[in-house]
Each structure stands twice: as C-alpha cells, then as structure tokens.
Ligand binder design. Structure first.
Ligand code: SF4
Length: 156
C-alpha cells in the first residue's frame, strides 16, 4: 500500500500542535508507520525531504514575508493543505497584536522593524487555499485523526 506523503510545517506559534502530534505518535506509531510517510516533520526527525506532499499540515499564523513565501512554496508542492491549530485557522492567539491599541502598537514598533514583521498577522487562508481545518488551541486530537484518516483512505 502506498503511504500518504505528509509534510508538517510550523510558522508563528508556540508549536503546541507539534507536541500533540508527538503525543499521538505514542499511541499511533505502529499504525501510522505503515500508512504515513512523514517526509518533512522537524519535530520528528532531523533529515527532511522538501519535495512533494499529498497533504501538508500547517501550524501557526503568518507574520512576515519570509513565512508567506515559504507557505506559497509548500502550497505549490502539496495536493492538499490543512490549517492546523487555532493560530493557523483563525490567526489567534498569535495575531493578538493586530488588535493592540495605538499606544501599545507604538511600543512594539521597534520589534516589528527589527524582525521585519508584518504589522498585521495573517491566517493561513489569507495567503493560500486551505482544504481542511483542524481547529483548537492546541489542535483537537480527534479532529486531526479524522482528517488524517480521510486522506489516508483517499490516497490508499
Ligand atoms: S493554536 Fe494555541 S497552542 Fe497552537 S500554537 Fe497557537 S497558541 Fe499555541
């Protein structure tokens, strides 16, 4: 059986969904080993392939041009793309500075310039087409499994 070619990518966030993924592997490792090829997943391995993916899971919001360009590259290499976790799906909580009052925005301006950040943090679907969402902060485990199973079946 051909394995589902998966990429796991992280942008602006606290990587909690990555931790949930690792926790899920404690239970599902042997099952997914037969069905899923984690080609790119830095929380899992140091040697990664950035070639093509059946499904890319994208964690985190987009907060600068470098992230936007990388996300566009991922989209071009992936048949399906899943926004994973609340920051990717809604922008928040990573995007909370979008709502800062003027005085607070002025205070963080030096950091925005220093790190060359967007003034407004973006959701993943404000940059690329999103095929599925796994919401939750961090991601809802049952929903992640549901989406992963759907694609495993689809690509079987
Ligand atoms: S969605 Fe929540 S848990 Fe996940 S990275 Fe964002 S803040 Fe962290």
């Amino acid at each position: 059986m051909a394995k589902l070619r998966v990429g796991w990518f992280t942008f602006t966030c606290s990587e909690d969904s990555s931790i949930v993924l690792i926790e899920l592997l404690i239970k599902h490792y042997f099952e997914w080993k037969e069905k899923v090829d984690f080609r790119y997943c830095r929380p899992l391995k140091s040697k990664n392939l950035f070639d093509s993916f059946d499904v890319a899971f994208v964690e985190g919001a987009i907060s600068n041009e470098r992230e936007k360009q990388k996300l566009l590259e991922i989209r071009a290499k992936s048949k399906y793309l899943v926004a994973t976790g609340a920051c990717a799906c809604t922008g928040y909580p990573s995007a909370q500075r979008n709502d800062f009052p003027e005085q607070l925005s002025a205070q963080i301006e030096p950091f925005i310039r220093r790190w060359d950040l967007y003034r407004k943090v973006l959701r993943v679907d404000e940059v690329v087409k999103v095929d599925d969402k796994v919401d939750g902060c961090p991601m809802i485990e049952a929903r992640f499994i549901e989406v992963l199973d759907k694609y495993i079946t689809q690509f079987k």
